[in-house]
Design a protein. Structure first.
Length: 105
């Protein structure tokens, strides 16, 4: 089944550039090396109220959410760390029904 893992992060003020460099050029590649993690896209909050400044959406193929957490936890033990302090959280989404598309015309 396809899942979406959402990672939410907020780096220390004044350290955003250093944090984003690490996340984009080191961390994403490490996460995408995990079996079943197929794609990633990062987002910055553009408007509205959100608990974190940045979000990464990972597309993951796995049998169940426990398997996703198990794979991600295994990386957590060996991943390259950044010196930038940051707050983070994550959650997993699963589809509810088929994807809907807009009709043109």
């Amino acid at each position: 089944m396809k899942y979406f893992m959402i990672a939410q992060t907020t780096p220390a003020k004044g350290k955003e550039e250093e944090f984003n460099d690490w996340y984009d050029n080191v961390h994403l590649a490490e996460v995408l090396s995990i079996p079943g993690f197929e794609a990633a896209q990062r987002y910055q909050v553009a408007s509205g109220k959100a608990p974190h400044a940045y979000y990464a959406v990972y597309t993951v193929e796995a049998e169940d959410t426990a398997e996703v957490w198990k794979r991600a936890s295994a990386l957590d033990q060996s991943m390259t760390r950044t010196d930038v302090p940051y707050e983070a959280g994550a959650f997993i989404l699963r589809p509810m029904g088929p994807k809907k598309q807009a009709t043109v015309g």
